[in-house]
Design a protein around this ligand. Structure first.
Ligand code: SF4
Ligand code: MG
Length: 328
């Protein structure tokens, strides 16, 4: 099947006082209709920068796309005209952010915010837009939507606000929905409900869903495909089953070991030592080497290339094959 969205060799740089920092290097992603791709990584790994670049939100200084393409419906969004970009955002690709309160306008009712989008982008009348806003609020399971359409963002709980953000994101029926840590600020029960809603909308609308997360538990629950990022690069890629059963990168393996599981005692819980590097001070060689339990001499000097190790599987590690085979 052809991907709905294809990113290739994407690199993004930020100008800083200490010189240019490469926040994302050589990233490649394929998003398929009806599937969920999780981008997994710690903070600072380049996941959000990748998403914001896909949305065209990092196309001016200090950010700069230094290479690569973002293909969507035959157009490369990196070089597309402003007009193409305006059409694609919302109708083609939409995004849900982590913090719904700051993404919603506090001085307008939620109904007004949804209606305004429909009036501007779809040319709906005031009455039709309001009716559709209520429908969208029902669709994302806001109780008593017909009454609550006239409430302001602060009158909703965090979980309900995130549902309103999702209603706004799917209002124009996008082919791809990107959700960046959409449940981080919410409690566990609400998190599960929001994930369920996103999965349901993905299925009903036949969207491709990109879920950005640091939470391996969430990945296990909802993802079909997984891309693992570390220090601005992709370090491993595969389906969720493949990755969980047989990781090919020591970082993925470490994440799996540190994941709480019902069949494991807390005192058996393991953590990857150290912290992820900042983009400014990424170590030479393999950026993971200071934390890697499989590191060898060449890891300190040579940057591993991303290579295929099996059909659909790839990893950026000098010892991929050995890790994959359980020999390292
Ligand atoms: Fe570890 Fe070396 Fe592989 Fe990097 S290249 S993940 S340091 S074994
Ligand atoms: Mg982020």
């Amino acid at each position: 099947d052809e991907a709905a969205l294809s990113v290739r060799a994407l690199s993004v740089e930020f100008a800083t006082r200490e010189g240019p920092v490469r926040a994302v290097r050589d990233v490649a992603l394929d998003v398929y209709a009806g599937r969920t791709l999780a981008i997994l990584g710690e903070s600072g790994s380049g996941k959000s920068v990748t998403a914001l670049t896909i949305m065209g939100l990092l196309d001016s200084p200090p950010a700069r796309v230094t290479s690569g393409s973002i293909m969507f419906e035959g157009a490369d969004l990196v070089t597309a005209t402003e007009r193409t970009r305006m059409r694609v955002n919302g109708e083609g690709i939409a995004m849900v952010f982590q913090d719904a309160l700051s993404a919603l306008n506090p001085v307008y009712t939620v109904g007004n915010q949804i209606s305004e989008l429909l009036r501007v982008r779809r040319g709906l009348s005031r009455a039709a837009a309001r009716a559709q806003a209520i429908e969208l609020m029902e669709r994302v399971r806001i109780p008593a939507a017909a009454r609550r359409v006239d409430d302001y963002p602060h009158q909703f709980s965090g979980g309900m606000r995130q549902r309103i953000m999702i209603a706004l994101a799917v209002a124009l029926d996008p082919r791809v929905l990107i959700a960046d840590e959409p449940t981080t600020a919410l409690d566990v029960t609400v998190q599960a409900q929001i994930m369920e809603l996103l999965t349901e909308l993905r299925r009903e609308n036949g969207m491709g869903l990109v879920l950005i997360t640091h939470d391996l538990g969430v990945v296990a629950e909802v993802a079909d495909d997984v891309t693992v990022m570390y220090s601005g690069r992709i370090v491993e890629r595969g389906t969720v089953e493949e990755l969980f059963q047989r990781p090919a990168h020591p970082y993925t393996r470490g994440l799996l070991r540190s994941m709480p599981r019902p069949d494991r005692q807390d005192d058996e819980l393991w953590a990857i030592p150290g912290a992820p590097p900042s983009s400014l001070h990424a170590p030479g060689g393999c950026p993971f080497h200071p934390r890697c339990d499989a590191a060898v001499d060449r890891c300190r000097s040579d940057q591993p290339e991303f290579e295929l190790i099996a059909a659909g599987r790839g990893s950026a590690c000098h010892r991929s094959q050995e890790v994959f085979d359980g020999r390292a």
